[in-house]
Ligand binder design. Structure first.
Ligand SMILES: CC(C)(COP(=O)(O)OP(=O)(O)OC[C@H]1O[C@@H](n2cnc3c(N)ncnc32)[C@H](O)[C@@H]1OP(=O)(O)O)[C@@H](O)C(=O)NCCC(=O)NCCS
Length: 272
């Protein structure tokens, strides 16, 4: 993608990002922002995940059929700062979504054309542009997601959470990692901490949340590594090792996520 056209998401902002300086629009209102939004998502996720969204027909359906549920946060100068991808979902703790996490939520959500039977809004992805990270916009985006859920008539927001620092500890079991605490008792992982501080409730682990298959050539291209033998490999930005099978010319990554639920209240409104 042409970076000049897409804008420079790495240029640092020299002002504080506060909610009153933001505007929120959907991709159905601003279809011209679709490619830019997609580019921001690609930039903020590991390279091995990029194909997973760009070339995933379900993801393309999400952007096309559910453009009313894809939100971009812009500055008033129209700089794109953040993207929130959501889908209405019939979610309960016994259905496929609980176990199949992100993949299950996308598949189930897309297959339900009639959103009236949905009981939750699911945030599939919250992405903050590199230049805007660390300014509190992540927290703002979670609050906005709740306001969006309320605005769309849902009383809860659910999400298969990807703990952002887990990839630095790929050998630690996911369950153990999410139980790590800071001295004040809050979660060690900053993204999980953001959610729990906003009263998000962890519901359980989706063990097979995101599954990515690729040939050995694919994985070499995505990681810049070589995989000379069958076995498990730690790769950059992955939460757990990938499994490579030379005979099958295949590599597989199966990422666990943590389901988190936010009950939406009357206080969840846009102009907070
Ligand atoms: C995760 C993400 C949404 C957080 O957004 P953000 O705007 O940087 O977060 P905030 O400024 O609101 O900071 C929230 C907390 O995270 C911490 N934090 C943010 N990025 C961090 C990083 N890379 N390393 C360590 N801590 C980080 C902040 O210090 C803050 O901690 P605090 O609770 O102690 O104050 C953003 O980093 C992002 O888009 N990442 C890539 C996409 C992604 O993984 N999304 C989440 C899963 S869908």
């Amino acid at each position: 993608m042409n970076k000049e056209i897409m804008g420079n998401f790495t240029q640092k902002y020299n002002y504080t990002i506060t909610p009153e300086k933001l505007k929120v629009v959907t991709l159905s209102q601003r279809p011209d922002l679709r490619d830019k939004a997609q580019y921001l998502i690609e930039l903020t996720h590991p390279k091995f995940m990029r194909n997973y969204t760009v070339n995933n027909p379900l993801w393309v359906s999400l952007l096309e059929q559910f453009s009313d549920f894809q939100f971009v946060i812009c500055s008033f100068d129209d700089d794109l700062l953040s993207v929130i991808n959501t889908i209405p979902l019939q979610f309960d703790q016994s259905n496929i979504c609980m176990e199949k996490g992100w993949d299950g939520a996308l598949m189930t959500g897309i297959s339900k054309k009639d959103t009236k039977s949905s009981n939750s809004l699911c945030a599939l992805s919250i992405s903050i542009g590199p230049a805007s990270q660390g300014h509190g916009l992540g927290r703002t985006a979670v609050r906005l997601s709740r306001a969006i859920a309320r605005d769309k008539g849902f009383d809860r927001l659910v999400l298969p959470l990807r703990p952002i620092l887990k990839s630095k500890y790929p050998l630690i079991a996911f369950e153990k990692y999410i139980s790590w605490k800071e001295a004040d008792g809050s979660p060690f992982d900053p993204w999980l901490r953001v959610h729990t501080k906003l009263d998000g409730l962890p519901l359980g682990i989706a063990d097979d949340s995101i599954t990515i298959h690729g040939s050995i050539q694919d994985w070499e291209m995505w990681t810049g590594m070589r995989f000379p033998e069958t076995g498990s490999y730690i790769i950059p930005e992955a939460m757990i090792p990938i499994r490579v099978d030379r005979e099958q010319n295949a590599g597989i990554y199966i990422e666990p996520n943590l389901w988190v639920q936010h009950i939406v209240s009357i206080q969840d409104k846009f102009n907070f």
